[in-house]
Structures are given as C-alpha cells and as structure tokens.
Design a protein around this ligand. Structure first.
Ligand code: GDP
Ligand code: IMO
Ligand code: MG
Length: 430
C-alpha cells in the first residue's frame, strides 16, 4: 500500500478527513490534488477538533510532508488563517507546501461566485436553496477553475515574479472588472492585487515549491503517499450532477493529474462511503428524505456543512450511485463511515434501482432524469445497539454486519475500515 488515493464516493462530506488523519499515521506524504477551501474536512484527534479547508489532513503527523498539489486552487489568505489557527492549537504545521502550478483564488473569484449565487437566488425568488439554485460554497471555485481552463488564471508561483504578475493582471483585469460591474460590484485594481500578492510572497513564499521532483522521488523510493480527494464524485465536473457540480475531478483519475503521479503508480483506491447519503447544495438527490427520518439522520449525524454551516440534505444509501462511483474510481477497497448514526433505526433502506415510469434503471441517468426518478428500496433490519465502542468486525451486531456486507456488494470492493464515531480511535480495521 504505497500510493493510496482516498476519494469521496458520494456527494462529499463522507468523512475523508478523518480517514486520512487515521491513515496518515503511517504516511510519508499527503497530497491534496484538487479543489480549494470549499472543502471542510473534519478531524477529531488528541490535538482537538479541526475543520480543515486547504491543509491536507495529514498535518497532525509532523513527519508527513503535506502538499497542496498542482490541481488545487488556493486562497492564500484562507491558507494563512488556517495555518495560524492550527499553530495556535499547538499543531506545528511546518511541513506544508504548495506547488507553484496551483491556481490562486483572487478576491474577484470569490466576489463573482457570491454575486452569481445572489443573482440565481433572486431569480428563483427564494431565500433558501430552491429549484435551479446551485448553492456553491462561494469560495470562488467555479470562477477560478473557469479562468484556469480559459487560460486566464494566475498561478501561485506567479507571485514570485511581480513584474510578470503586473503584466498579467493588467491584461486580465478589464474583463473581470466588466463582470463585477455587471453584478453592480466595484472594480479590483492592479495595485491592490499586487500589494496583496506581495504580502503573500513575504509570508508564504518559502512554501511554494516545484513538487514534481519531490513527489517522484517519494513514489520511486517506495514512500507511503496518500492522495486526499476533496468533495465526492457526485459533484465531479465530468461525472457529477452537472451543472450542480464543482470545478474539478474528485476521482482517482483526477488524483493522477492533480498530484502528478502516473496511473500505474497508484496501488490502492480507497472510496470513503457514508453509511447513508447526504448532499449540500442544489441538484437532484434521488434518495433524499423530506420527512422525520431525514430529520433524524440530519440530527443524529450532525449533518451541518463544515465550511458553510448549511444543513445537509439527508437520505438512504444509494446503491445505484455507488456502482458508478466504484467503476469510475476503480475502488480496491472502501471505508464505511458513520455507521453509528444508524444505531437507533428499526429499519434501514438501501436503494437498488431508480424507477422511471415502468422502467427500473440500474445506472445513473442524466441530471434532468435523476430529478424524476423514484428510488426502489430494499429494507434491512436495524440493530438498535450502540456501536460506538465496537473496535472489531466481530463486535458489530449481526444486522450491522449484514447491512455493511450489502454495501460492500453494491460497491464491488471489500470493506477495509468501518468508523463508528468521529474520534481517531473509533475505527474498525477489517
Ligand atoms: P469530509 O469532508 O469527507 O472530510 O467530511 P466532513 O468532515 O465534512 O463530514 C463528516 C462529519 O462526520 C464530521 O463532522 C466528522 O467529525 C463526522 N464523522 C466522521 N466519521 C464519523 C463516524 O464514524 N461517526 C460519526 N458519528 N461522525 C463521524
Ligand atoms: P468536502 O471536501 C460537500 C458543493 C456545494 C455545491 C457544489 C459546488 O468537505 O467533501 P463549489 O463551492 O465547489 O463551487 O460548490 O459542491 N460542495 C461540497 N459539498 N462537501 C464539500 O467538500 C463541498 N465542496 C463543494 O455545496 O453544491
Ligand atoms: Mg466536508
């Protein structure tokens, strides 16, 4: 298990942070390969409770080299604040580096993301996420990846060359300012952005690296490398519920590109699978529960966004979606999280198909159709036993074992870990 990719198998917030924190004890390197501070990865360990947005979740292990890889997008102020908060909590966070190829989230990206959200909200005439509303995290993710792909981005490494940066900003800003004006927002000035970049260069210049030789040496030297995915495949730019997606590919394939590791160097792909489903933001969600059961999952699971604090939508486990996730990522194993949240339910349901008229689909259809389907469920007996103190597979109630075995079957990959609580120790190695 030398190079392991850890990805979200659903719509995000599966518990990737806690799984990485657990695995990082035996890792030499942890790499975030996509996404930015839209992430909220919760880690609860002997050093405290943390919601990490940019810093790789291996940061609590001082020997682990923690990299924000080439495929990420970085708000340097948010990174600085996060590192300061970690240090105040006694975490040295000395081993954090940023690849120079990562794109910079600039103030206008966040402004444009927020303004577009506001406009969509007004158009939908609602205060809360409504039909057709995206519900992004407003961290500038769509705009910054949009700029990257239209060759109008600014990369982290550019702050090392103020003259080049000036030229670049002078060329880029008029179009961005026109967009800001469209939303009634004031323009950004080249001088202000250069001053900001200068501050980042002074404060974080030492953290900027060319990670390729470092990562290559680690992989070739047989070091243990963890690739930490952000979000889940349900909101993948290519395979998710477009347009209710994020700007990057939170998949094993995305990991190769975003970290700079060839596909053949990947040894393990661990899918992090929540024992039920949650989603935050807009878009279809076939197994969503709009009833008391949904409220129970939300309350017992404490399903609030780690970044935005929004209430997460909750539903039963979706076996159709997991099949797609497993194929596209090529899971070699899965980590099932939050089993304990189901401890009090008398009956649990697993979706095995999507009914569309007279037909039952066994695959994920297009976004519009996903909004029309009705889940086909099978019922599983609950165990109604506290599992939070279980530390072995055999200690789990038989009904919980049967439920997990069914998830394993649908995910077509063996269960390697089961978590029964948010703490580092609340992990069963299977
Ligand atoms: P991530 O974005 O995939 O890292 O997941 P989040 O941190 O956003 O959301 C997972 C939430 O569930 C966090 O509040 C975790 O502390 C919590 N959590 C993780 N694993 C477990 C578990 O096994 N049981 C319970 N009860 N909570 C868990
Ligand atoms: P972690 O890494 C859950 C959702 C947003 C929105 C959509 C696009 O903690 O699992 P974006 O800001 O990326 O443009 O928003 O994706 N989203 C997440 N949902 N967990 C996350 O991260 C998320 N990051 C973005 O709610 O629907
Ligand atoms: Mg999260």
């Amino acid at each position: 298990m030398t190079v392991t990719v850890v990805v979200g198998a659903q719509w995000g917030d599966e518990g990737k942070g806690r799984v990485i924190d657990y695995l990082a004890e035996r890792a030499d390197m942890v790499i975030r390969f996509q996404g930015g501070d839209n992430a909220g990865h919760t880690v609860v360990n002997d050093q405290g409770r943390f919601a990490l947005h940019l810093t790789p979740s291996g940061v609590f292990h001082p020997e682990a080299y923690c990299l924000l890889g080439p495929g990420t997008v970085v708000n340097m102020d948010a990174l600085g604040e996060e590192l300061d908060a970690l240090r105040r909590a006694g975490v040295a966070a000395r081993n954090v580096r940023v690849d120079y190829r990562a794109h910079l989230v600039l103030p206008y990206h966040r402004l444009l993301d927020g303004a577009a959200e506001e406009q969509r909200k007004r158009e939908a005439g609602a205060e809360e996420p409504a039909e057709g509303e995206m519900g992004t995290t407003r961290r500038g993710i769509g705009p910054v990846y949009g700029d990257k792909h239209s060759y109008r981005g600014v990369r982290v490494g550019d702050i090392r060359y103020p003259d080049v940066l000036r030229q670049r900003l002078e060329a880029l800003l008029p179009a961005r300012n026109a967009q800001l004006a469209f939303y009634g927002l004031p323009p950004c000035s080249v001088e202000d952005l250069l001053a900001l970049a200068e501050g980042w260069r002074t404060a974080y210049g030492d953290m900027i690296v060319d990670s390729l030789p470092v990562v290559r040496a680690a992989v070739q030297g047989g070091q243990r490398v963890l690739l930490e995915g952000q979000l889940g495949i349900g909101r993948c730019i290519d395979w998710g519920i477009y347009p209710y997606v994020t700007g990057s590919s939170p998949t094993a394939g995305g990991a190769c590109v975003g970290a700079g590791i060839p596909p053949r160097a990947i040894d393990e792909v661990l899918g992090v699978v929540k024992a039920y489903s949650t989603s935050v933001g807009g878009g279809p969600f076939p197994t969503e529960l709009h009833d008391e059961t949904g409220d129970m999952l939300q309350e017992i699971g404490r399903e609030f966004g780690a970044t935005t604090g929004r209430i997460r939508r909750c539903g039963w486990f979706d076996g159709v979606a997991i099949r797609q996730a497993s194929w596209l990522n090529g899971f070699t194993g899965i980590a099932v999280t939050k089993l304990d949240v189901l401890d009090t339910f008398a009956t649990l349901r697993i979706c095995t198909g999507y009914r569309l008229g007279d037909e039952v689909l066994d695959h994920v259809p297009d976004t519009v159709t996903q909004g029309l389907v009705e889940p086909v469920y099978e019922d599983w007996p609950g165990w109604r036993t506290d599992t939070t103190a279980c530390r072995t597979w055999d200690a789990l109630p038989p009904q919980a074992q049967a439920y997990l075995r069914r998830i394993e079957e649908l995910a077509r990959a063996p269960i390697r870990f089961v978590s029964v609580g948010p703490e580092r120790s609340q992990m069963i190695v299977v």
